[in-house]
Design a protein around this ligand. Sequence first.
Ligand SMILES: [Zn+2]
Length: 251
Amino acid sequence: MAKYIHPSTTPKPPPTDARGNQIHNEILLGLSADCSELLSKLEYVRLKVHSVLFETGDSLKSVYFGNSGMISILSVFPDGKSVEVGLVGKEGFVGLPLLVGFQTSSTRAVSQIEATAFRVNGETLMEFLPRSSELQQRLRQYSQISALQITQIAACNRLHEVHERLARWLLMCSDRVGSNNLPLTQEFLGQMLGTRRSSVTVAAGFLQEAGIITTARGDVKIINREKLEDVACECYEIMQLQAAEWRNGSK
Ligand SMILES: [Zn+2]
């Protein structure tokens, strides 16, 4: 007997831009028709691994709506050391200072793995923004979610152990990429967590011995997400719960 599929469970293909590129960005998805002018001006871009979108101090000529992959926001010090303070995927936007009239970036934005984004000229976005209260609201809400993340990660970097932070970070990456396979080297993990590579090796070894992840050259695979959530510090849950509460309570 043929299996009945309820119409509402049939997956819809994702919407596309005028050139047929699938839109996954959650800020852009579902925008009403009055945003079609802006949508027509978005440029689909592919970002290779470790592409720098902005350096600290750069003018924000273009801004990016994340579409796939991950973009790290890094705080960079004069001696070249850096630590990740934010992570942007398909839920987010890169170029927040511009929304409040600030013209330069205070951080570095770099794609961690291959990523795609919709890029738009900053002036074009700012000309359009006063005409769409809907887009203004979505970007303001994302700005607050981003501030929540940055605040929590700052506390996390100071207070929590490397293996807890690594677990928290892998969960955040997995959510953004939508996969348990993360093409990340341990050297890069160390840069993101602002710690020595040897500390990351010890922390990754701990997670591997506990049967939570496997690591091979240039790849981390999450094999037990439930345990990974148990090992992660409370920061992951705090961010998830707060963001969900805001989203559920928003109009
Ligand atoms: Zn933490």
